[in-house]
Design a protein around this ligand. Structure first.
Ligand code: SF4
Ligand code: SF4
Ligand code: SF4
Length: 426
């Protein structure tokens, strides 16, 4: 095991391979608050990559209902239980500690529990690279079982504090939310660490994690080790497969993209406009280059409005989520770490710049490398949490890899009035 730096944990951790980082990293931000669970993203992926024999149960992108849903079923509860078991055997009480380290090194504090890699190293004898489990075949059978089942269960009207005639906004006693998932193209992939054939690799040009289909022998160690369960076995070919991050689009080989890196199929298909994907430049030591004009870097590192999914697993995932406003905080902290309160405060009353950047979601299929904001007039003011808040009709401009303007969006949507003769025509 080598010592590697994990900024999401705010400390070094053990990993089977020494640090080696790509020039830039595939990363994305999902705004959970906006997802309508239409599954357009899931179908966009399936109709592109997993429509063949043997792939029937494969959903490289899936959207599941929390807290009960999961694909494969209860994947996160099972991994959390394995980690709990390992921590309690070692006498460790996992928690997040505030730290004096620079914000850049430990933005959420320091996690003192064991990761999936450290838990495996503590086993006697240590026989695997990461603790994990192999889901049973029936656990893969539904991409969103328990769809729209709220916590707690299905309470009768009038019970558990619910209104007799149904719950009313903004107070929800019963709650659920949708969690959109794909491979996180982790900085320290558990799938890669566990593969005895060294068939899994992380591309130096964009950090995308791929399985070499010719080297894979279908041992399924990656399926067992990936805590997010995003490596899947295909019985017809007897090898494992996973999200390929639509790499031809990232390489600018899609005919529509004019040679420029383009967002993936699941990202660009989203009608809820919840997804923004990017490529983040890395410094030589693997930390994110301080590039506040990159919208992903701005939201994750500067505004801290988007958080990693289960950072305590230790893979340093590169997918980040704006948490849902209505779910209980302790559940969200377990899922996204201790940055939840700050992220939600910033989302509820966004800064002028953040409000503009949020308009870039799904505004273009080209990957945005840099944004600029042109200031507009104040159009609204109110109080949020007892503090004054103003909205400005600014314009945000996104630029592609070559610095060319790719998109221009205003904060306030323009209203077009049809001329009287065509008032009801389409
Ligand atoms: S396409 Fe977008 S809105 Fe629809 S389920 Fe997927 S992430 Fe949610
Ligand atoms: S999410 Fe899983 S499959 Fe994807 S890179 Fe991370 S460990 Fe590997
Ligand atoms: S990035 Fe491409 S391959 Fe990966 S889940 Fe999305 S559509 Fe599928």
């Amino acid at each position: 095991m080598a010592d590697v730096r994990n900024w999401q944990l705010g400390r070094t951790m053990s990993y089977p391979y020494p640090e080696s980082h790509p020039d830039r990293q595939f990363a994305f931000v999902f705004n959970i608050n906006r997802c309508i669970a239409c599954q357009t993203c899931s179908m966009a992926c399936k109709s592109t990559w997993t429509f063949s024999k043997g792939q029937e149960l494969m959903w490289w992108n899936n959207v599941e209902t929390k807290p009960y849903g999961g694909y494969p079923r209860h994947w996160d509860v099972k991994v959390l239980e394995l980690l709990d078991e390992a921590n309690s055997t070692a006498g460790v009480e996992p928690s997040w500690q505030p730290t004096t380290a620079a914000d850049r090194e430990a933005p959420y504090g320091s996690y003192d529990g064991m990761t999936i890699f450290e838990a495996a190293a503590a086993e006697t004898p240590p026989v695997r690279q990461a603790v994990g489990y192999q889901p049973a075949p029936d656990e893969w059978s539904a991409p969103n079982i328990f769809e729209d089942v709220p916590h707690p269960g299905r309470p009768a009207p009038g019970s558990l504090g619910l209104e007799q005639d149904g719950a009313q906004l903004p107070e929800h006693v019963a709650w659920f939310f949708y969690l959109q998932r794909l491979c996180n193209h982790c900085t320290y992939p558990a799938c890669l660490a566990a593969c005895p054939r060294k068939a899994i690799y992380k591309r130096p040009e964009d950090g995308i994690v791929l399985i070499d289909q010719a080297r894979c022998r279908g041992y399924r160690k990656c399926v067992e080790a990936c805590p997010y369960k995003k490596s899947m076995y295909r019985p017809t070919t007897r090898v494992s497969e996973k999200c390929v991050a639509c790499y031809p689009r990232i390489e600018g080989r899609d005919p529509l993209s004019d040679g420029m890196p383009m967002e993936t199929r699941c990202m660009s298909a989203c009608p809820g406009k919840i997804r923004l994907q990017g490529l983040v430049a890395l410094d030589a030591d693997g930390s994110w280059a301080d590039d506040p004009q990159n919208p992903i870097v701005f939201m994750v590192r500067h505004e801290k409005v988007a958080l990693p999914l289960y950072p305590q697993f230790g893979t340093e995932p590169n997918g980040f989520y704006i948490p849902p406003r209505w779910a209980p905080r302790d559940y969200l902290v377990q899922m996204f770490g201790p940055g939840v309160d700050e992220a939600l405060a910033r989302y509820r009353a966004p800064s002028r710049e953040l409000l503009a950047v949020l308009q870039l979601f799904r505004a273009t299929q080209k990957i945005i490398f840099r944004f600029e904001i042109e200031e507009g007039p104040k159009v609204f003011e109110t109080e949020i949490d007892g503090k004054p808040w103003s909205m400005y009709d600014d314009t945000v401009i996104g630029f592609d890899q070559q610095g060319r303007e790719a998109v221009r969006v205003r904060v306030e949507e323009p209203i077009y009035q049809r001329p009287a003769p065509r008032v009801n025509s389409i």
